[in-house]
Ligand binder design. Structure first.
Ligand code: PGA
Length: 250
């Protein structure tokens, strides 16, 4: 049985107070979902500390949305993996398409980030996914394969066992367009096969989350698919009812 995970990527939304209220709201509604589902919330850096505090003893885990590709030093505006760990951050999202697209993240920077995350005891949620023109050109299988090979294949077995993958087709993020459950299953199964090429049977245990306009109304259909182990949720993670509504789909 693979882990079932619903993770919220708050992106650049909410104030610290709103973030605390949101995690408290999620904690209150959590009794309505299967205890088999793990919840993770990923607020902006400024509220990690207070959200971590508010999430204590709720069973909700907290992650960051990024970390620096250097250990420490003269990197104005960056936040190191070690700093995140020092305030008990558990997860870190790496390789989100918005980071790749707007902040020029490459396989090289992502390899450094991944290594530093693991070295500091953070568990990465590594994102892959194709852009619209790549899907239309039938390149989506190759795109995600490459994004996995160039970063995930550099992990050792112990690191790999802690990894979560998120498949997020760029054309579905924040657009209201969702991949069909069949499209999601097809590419999640492909991702698992690619992972198995390198890590063998261990790939059977890797949680692969779907992201891209996932909401309470479509989550059940997506999560019913064999290789869809949960979601990485953007817009719908900003309301406790919607986030829990998605988790209820399990
Ligand atoms: P969305 O974002 O749910 O708003 O489409 C998903 C994500 O980018 O993680």
């Amino acid at each position: 049985m693979r882990r079932k995970i619903v993770a919220g990527n708050w992106k650049m939304n909410t104030t610290p107070q709103e973030g605390v209220n949101l995690v408290k709201g999620i904690a209150e509604l959590k009794k309505d979902i299967c205890s088999c589902v793990e919840l993770i919330v990923c607020p902006p850096f400024t509220h990690l500390s207070c959200v971590i505090n508010a999430a204590k003893e709720t069973g909700i885990a907290v992650g960051a949305q990024n970390c620096a590709d250097h250990e420490s030093g003269a990197y104005t505006g960056e936040v190191a993996a070690k700093m995140l760990k020092s305030i008990d951050t558990e997860y870190v999202i790496l390789g989100h398409s918005e980071r790749r697209q707007y902040y020029g993240e490459t396989a090289e920077t992502l390899n450094s980030k991944m290594a530093l995350a693991f070295a500091n005891g953070l568990k990465p949620i590594y994102c892959v996914g194709e852009r619209l023109e790549q899907r239309e050109a039938g390149q989506h299988f190759d795109v995600v394969k490459q994004q996995i090979e160039e970063v995930v294949f550099n992990l050792n077995e112990e690191q790999f066992s802690q990894l979560i993958i998120a498949y997020e087709p760029v054309w579905a993020i924040g657009t209201g367009k969702t991949a069909t459950a069949e499209q999601a299953q097809e590419i999640h199964a492909h991702i698992r096969r690619v992972l198995a090429n390198k890590f063998g049977v261990a790939a059977q245990d890797t949680p692969i989350l779907y992201g891209g306009s996932c909401k309470p109304s479509n989550a059940a259909e997506l999560f019913a698919k064999e290789d869809v182990d949960g979601g990485l949720i953007g817009g719908a993670a900003l309301k406790a009812e919607d986030f829990i509504g998605i988790a209820k789909a399990f």
